[in-house]
Design a protein around this ligand. Structure first.
Ligand code: FES
Ligand SMILES: [Fe+2]
Length: 380
C-alpha cells in the first residue's frame, strides 16, 4: 500500500459516523513518519514547555526531533533565543541537556558563541583566508511565547505564533497562565507512535476501562465541544470538584479568579501538533509530545499552579497529591499506548471504526493527512 496516495484514505475522510481509522502502517512506517517530520513537525509551532525553564540570561535547555537539534536560551537582554545545536566549524553539538553558561564553547576545538548565537572566538583561525567571525553565527530559529508557554518553529514560512493560536489566548485568559509557575517537570519515554499518545489524550472513551480504578468514578458530563479559530481543538467537561486529584485527596481548591464554566469543570486542549493542555479549576498541566522515530515518543509533563500557591506552608504536601494522581493515571495511559502500539504492528491489524466519542481522534487523523498528503498547501 502506498501511504502517500490520497485514494488510500477515502474511508478516513468520511464524516465521523461513517469513517474508518488510519491504516495501522501510519503508526509505524518509517517513510510516513519522515513525511510527518517534513510536513508537520518542521512546518509549525511546537511547544517546548514553560519559559520558567530558562528564567535568567545564560540558562539553557535543549530539544530535538528527527534531524532538528536546538538550544533554547535567554540572551543578556532577556530575550528568548532558539539556536541550532551544531557548531559552524565541523558540526559538533555544542551542549546537551540543560544548564547555565555565559557562552557556548564547542567541546571539539573551542569555537565560542555568545548567547545570541554570534561567534565570539575561534582560536587558531587567524591564518585562514577571508575568515570573519561575523560570517559564522549559529543558525537562529523562530521562538515565541504566550502566557509563559514557549514555542519554537523551524519553518520561516509558518504564520506567526499569534495566528497559529488564533482565539485560544483570549479564551483562556481568565486562568492567568502568565503568572503560573512550574512545580514539576517529568519526562516519560513511551514506546508508541506520537499519534497514539495524542489520540488517547483527546478522547474519554477509554476512561471507564483504562482508568477503572482511578479516575473513572468521578461523574463527568461532556459538554458540547467549543469550536475555535486557530490550530487547536478543545474539549470541556463539567464535574464536581477537580479532575486533577484522586478521590479523597486534599488539594488547593479552585483558582479564585475563575468564574462560570471554567470554575465548574475541566478543559483539554490540543494545540497541533505536539502540545496538550489539561486545565482543571485548580491546576494546569502541559504535555509535550516529541517523536523519537516512528515507534517512540518522549512525553514531557509540566505541572503548574498559580504563583501564590508556592508561598503556602503546606505547598509541598498538597502538590504531592497532584503528582501522585499524575504518576498513576499518566502511567495507565502510557501502558495502554504501548499495548496498542504492539497490536498496530501486527500483520493482521486493519483500520477500525470510530465511536462518536472519538471525534477528535478523527479530527487529528484528518489534520495529519491534510499535511502529509500536501492537500493543505494546494488549497492555500
Ligand atoms: S567542531 Fe566545533 S570547534 Fe570544531
Ligand atoms: Fe487516559
Amino acid at each position: 500500500m502506498n501511504l502517500l496516495d490520497p485514494t488510500a484514505y477515502e474511508a478516513v475522510r468520511r464524516p465521523l459516523e461513517q469513517a474508518h481509522g488510519l491504516p495501522p502502517a501510519c503508526y509505524h512506517d518509517a517513510g510516513f513518519h519522515q513525511r510527518e517530520c517534513d510536513t508537520i513537525f518542521t512546518q509549525g509551532w511546537l511547544m517546548v514547555g514553560r519559559t520558567d525553564r530558562i528564567p535568567d540570561p545564560g540558562d539553557f535547555c535543549t530539544v530535538g526531533f528527527g534531524d532538528v537539534s536546538l538550544i533554547l536560551t535567554r540572551a543578556e537582554d532577556g530575550s528568548l533565543q532558539a539556536l541550532s545545536n551544531t557548531c559552524r566549524h565541523r558540526g559538533a553539538p555544542l551542549v546537551k541537556g540543560e544548564g547555565h553558561c555565559r557562552a557556548f564553547s564547542c567541546p571539539y576545538h573551542a569555537w565560542t558563541y555568545k548567547l545570541d548565537g554570534t561567534l565570539a572566538a575561534a582560536p587558531g583561525m587567524q591564518d585562514t583566508a577571508n575568515f570573519n567571525l561575523a560570517d559564522y553565527p549559529l543558525k537562529r530559529v523562530r521562538i515565541d511565547s504566550w502566557d509563559g508557554f514557549m514555542f519554537v518553529c523551524v519553518s520561516e514560512d509558518a504564520p506567526p505564533l499569534a495566528q497559529w493560536l488564533g482565539d485560544l489566548p483570549e479564551r483562556l485568559a481568565m486562568y492567568g497562565f502568565g503568572t503560573m509557575r512550574t512545580a514539576r517537570r517529568v519526562e516519560y519515554p513511551v514506546a508508541c507512535n506520537w499519534k497514539v499518545w495524542v489520540e488517547n489524550f483527546m478522547e474519554g472513551y477509554h476512561i471507564p476501562s483504562v482508568h477503572r480504578s482511578t479516575i473513572s468514578r468521578q461523574k463527568v458530563v461532556n459538554m458540547p465541544e467549543e469550536p475555535g479559530r486557530g490550530e487547536y481543538t478543545a474539549i470541556y467537561e463539567r464535574h464536581e470538584g477537580t479532575r486533577a486529584l484522586l478521590q479523597g485527596d486534599e488539594g488547593f481548591g479552585p483558582i479564585e479568579t475563575l468564574t462560570g464554566e471554567s470554575s465548574l469543570g475541566s478543559r483539554f486542549i490540543l494545540i497541533y501538533p505536539n502540545a496538550m493542555l489539561a486545565i482543571a479549576n485548580d491546576t494546569m498541566w502541559c504535555f509535550e509530545a516529541w517523536p523519537e522515530g516512528p515507534l517512540r515518543t518522549k512525553i514531557v509533563l509540566s505541572s503548574c499552579f498559580p504563583a501564590e500557591r508556592f508561598e503556602r506552608p503546606d505547598f509541598e504536601r498538597l502538590a504531592s497529591h497532584y503528582f501522585k494522581r499524575q504518576d498513576i493515571v499518566v502511567g495507565e495511559d502510557n501502558d495502554i499506548a504501548e499495548w496498542q502500539q504492539a497490536g498496530l504492528q501486527s500483520r493482521h491489524a486493519s483500520p477500525g471504526r470510530f465511536s462518536v466519542k472519538e471525534k477528535i481522534v478523527h479530527a487529528l487523523d484528518n489534520w495529519v493527512l491534510d499535511r502529509v498528503l500536501g492537500i493543505r498547501e494546494k488549497q492555500s
